[in-house]
Design a protein around this ligand. Sequence first.
Ligand code: CUK
Ligand code: CUA
Length: 766
Amino acid sequence: MSVRLKLTGTSLAAGLLGLAIAAPSFAAEDLKQVMERRGLTEKNILAAAKTYTPTGGRDEFLAFSSGGQSGHVLVYGIPSMRILKYIGVFTPEPWQGYGFDDESKAVLAQGRIMGKDITFGDTHHPALSETKGDSDGRYLFINDKANPRLAVIDLHDFETKQIVVNPLFRSEHGGAFVTQDTDYIMEATQYAAPYGDEFVPLEEFNEKYRGGLTYWRFNNEKGRIEPENSFTFELPPYSQDLSDAGKGPSDGWGFTNSFCTERYVGGTMRGRPPFEAGCSAKDTDFLHVTNWKKAAELVAAGKIGKEVNGMKLISMEEAIANDLLFLIPEPKSPHGVDVTPDGKMLVISGKLDSHAWVYSFDKIMKAIADKKFEGKDPYGISIIPIKEVLHTSVEVGLGPLHSQFDSKKCVVYTSIYVDSMVTKWDYCEGKVLDQLPVHYNIGHLMTMEGDTVSPQGKYLVALNKLAIDRFNPVGPLHPQNHQLIDISGDKMELLYDMPVPLGEPHYVTAIRADKLKPAVRYKSGWNSRTDTKSEWKTRAGREKIVRDGNRVHVYGTVIRSHITPEIIEVTEGDNVSIHLTNLERAQDETHGFAMYGQNVQLSIEPGKTASASFVADKAGVYPYYCTEFCSALHLEMQGYLLVQPKGYKASGVEAVAGTTYTEADYNKQVETNIATQDVINSVVGFITARNFKDFPPVVALVEDATDQLGFADEAKAKSEAAAGKKDWNNAMLWANQWWQYQVKTADMGLRAKTYLEEHGAVEVKK
Ligand code: CUK
Ligand code: CUA
């Protein structure tokens, strides 16, 4: 009895209080002593104060980092650098049930290539959706370099909704980059290949291998890419690289770098010099300039574009004839191209050059209008001379890669790979302002909303390729190192090193946290992958097992602390689908569902319906249970799948439990239940005397608590009916179930009460 009462309201609350009182009694160290003991300088303490986020604190920005080869996206906070989530994108992610429930398997299946499941991704560039060039917090996109794919993540629930495979490319890199209203998402090839699955020998590289640039149409209302309304520019077999879309005055145009315009095909084992020599022999490569807006109009009008593998392809002849495609030389082995926040300039850097180059969009337009060309490339595309478009060039350091912008006008930060530093410079005046060494080979860097029309300044993250000696050694494979840098002053200041142990995250993008409005629950019975009501939605009390031949559908529910049904009987060879709806509304009341031997692991967040399908091909006993510690009786959230051999006949004997109960046991339980009801009543009194309806999380808790109390009443009635028949065994067990529901009610009531106390609820007059 006393053990049980520990779970009731009063003792839970007292337990919490006790924690606060029992403070350690030894003398606390002061700041000076801690600094001495840990060898910290004043500068360290200042950096710590700038990043430390006390318990319960929130970050000002959220960063979405590529998870590199893991095929995931990482979400972390800035300035705390605390990891908040891994979003499964191209790769199964068990905690989220991604790639385990039928609903998400359907998303991953969209990413199949030539009928094969591709369960990794080489993710490079996440991109946030934009409205008028500003991050709007609605969607996130990310590309897969190895298998030319793009994924759509909805930031309403941080789940992957769609994967599209580029039907023409065999690799890509210049994605994902959005146009200023997210009408299109750019995706450019990396390594040229034939458009199709057929074999073409390398001797036909110049004629039959092709690069390309796809503008994927994004439907902003539906939140999905529309392949049928997308189009691709056929491009020469140069290795296209990063891209960026114009904004403001340059909206309607896109810019795509390239390297290896030498069109070298390598072959060290055929006695030829390697790719690296052949692909960097020339002094310049080409920036591709594409007029996507005009192209979209011409494609829509049916004037250009021919369907190839289900994709509208604009041939180079069509692009040239309609002034849709131009080239501008750029030095040397270019990598990044970044449009300035005002949309007037492009910052370009070449890995093998020590300068960053600034091209003027106005000058590009003027050169095109005046037909100021220095010739054509071998495919007949007009080349605009550098001198016609150059605004300035600045010596920034050896191996400049990527650039991001500051909230301060004309200020840009460029990552310097070989010199391992960040250069802060002025692209209007063309002068270096500051340089900061970073730990090691930096790839991308990222400022807050630094690729939008309104960069937020404040912080910069350097994405270093190698961590080397920064962290405790963990074997030959080291984590990557994201370094947080304070850019609010004139001088950049290094604040923090964060190990990223998931893959090589080429790029990160960040958004002000207050722009995100993520949901805490789904509408009841929701398929979160299609964002529609699930056909398997099941309500409380409507659970059932439907059998049609050897096809078995289980319509089940989960709620603290049971899975319904608790017993599922099928026959060897049956095709089984278990569909579970989480009936909870309270935030964070996720239940899991795992089963022995069937590779089943679901994550069922409040409101979600998730399904697991498998063939029960072997007779046996398969326990299943909830994988989230969701309540005091979480361990009891369990059940059995019984796969009976073909032709099995039940014995007809009732299963007997190990323990039986008496009238005294029943009476004792009822006494406990009455005491528990008093606790519930006092909590309910507290809540209803306050303005709890002004607090949506409390309203959800109260709704769930009311449900549980309703279940308690049903159990109470059953217990009393059994007692009336002197069936003390069932009377006691139903009385215990009645109490289980009471405990869950009390637990939610207490959480609601605590929330109201912490959030300044006021008493309302009755
Ligand atoms: S890339 Cu890796 S450092 Cu894919 Cu943007 Cu430059
Ligand atoms: Cu539900 Cu544990």
